[in-house]
Design a protein around this ligand. Sequence first.
Ligand SMILES: [Zn+2]
Ligand SMILES: [Zn+2]
Length: 283
Amino acid sequence: MLIGAHVSTAGGASKAIARAEDIGAECMQVFASSPRAWKVPPMPDAEVEKFKAESERAGMGPTVVHGKYLCAIGSPDPELVEKSVVALTAELQTAVRLDALGVIFHPASHRGQGFDAALPQFTDAMKRVLDGAPGDALLMLETSAGSGDHIGSKFNELAQIIRSVDDPRVAVCLDTQHVWAAGFNIADAEGLEQTLKEFDSEIGLDLLKAVHANDSKKELGSAVDRHDNIGEGLIGKDGFRNIMGNKAFADVPFYLEVPGFEKGGPDAPNVEIMKEIRSEVAA
Ligand SMILES: [Zn+2]
Ligand SMILES: [Zn+2]
C-alpha cells in the first residue's frame, strides 16, 4: 500500500515529482491541464520524457491523472457530452504517454434525465474515450458522494456502467470521503466488511485500482462532498486504521486530496499520519 497525494504541476508536469517527494508521497495524482478550463494542450514530448526520468529517479509509484471537474458524460446536453469526451480522451492520451496508471474521473450528474436514460450515452462516451487513447492506461470511475443527480454513489450504478462498456481498461477509484457521505460506514469494522462485500458482489474487488484517501467534514450519509485532513474529520484516525488494516486495500495506492493543515492542499503532516497508521496496522 503506497501513500500518495495530489500535487500541482505548475511549471510543467515534471515539476510535480519534487513536490511529491517534498511531502513524502510515494505516488502521486496530477491534472493533465487546468481542471477548470476545457482545453487540454498536448504535453510537449520533452516534458513527457523529463517526467518519466524524474519519476524513475525518485522511485515514484503509479501516477494517476485526475479528470476535469467540468466533464459530465451523463448529461442530456449533447454539446457538454462532446466537450467532455474530447477532454477525457486528451487526458487519457496524456496518461498513456506518461506511463501513468490511468485517469480517474467523476461520473458527474445525469442532470435530471435519470441514470437509466443516461446509461447508453455514458457507455458510448466511455468507449469513444478508450478508442481515442489506445494503450494500457486505465479509465477509472470514481465513487461519488451522491448529491443531487450524481451518478456513482451506488456500486450498482458503477457496475452497470462497467458491464455495459465491457473493456478491461475500465476500473474504479474508491474515495473514502465520498463513500462515507454516500452512507457506507467504512470507519466501522462491520460497516467496512458490508461495504466491501457489496463492492465485490456488484463490481468485483479486482477492479478496485486506486483510493482517494480523505477524511470527511460531513456526517455519514450526508451526500455532501467535503474533504477533511486525516484525523480531523468524522472518519478519524481509527476509521483509517480500520480501512488500511483491511486486506482488500493491501496492494492499492492511496492518494490524498485533503485541504492540508495550512490549507495548501495535501501536505507532509497528512502523509506522515497515513504512514504511521500503515505501520500500526502492519504490526
Ligand atoms: Zn476524490
Ligand atoms: Zn471529493
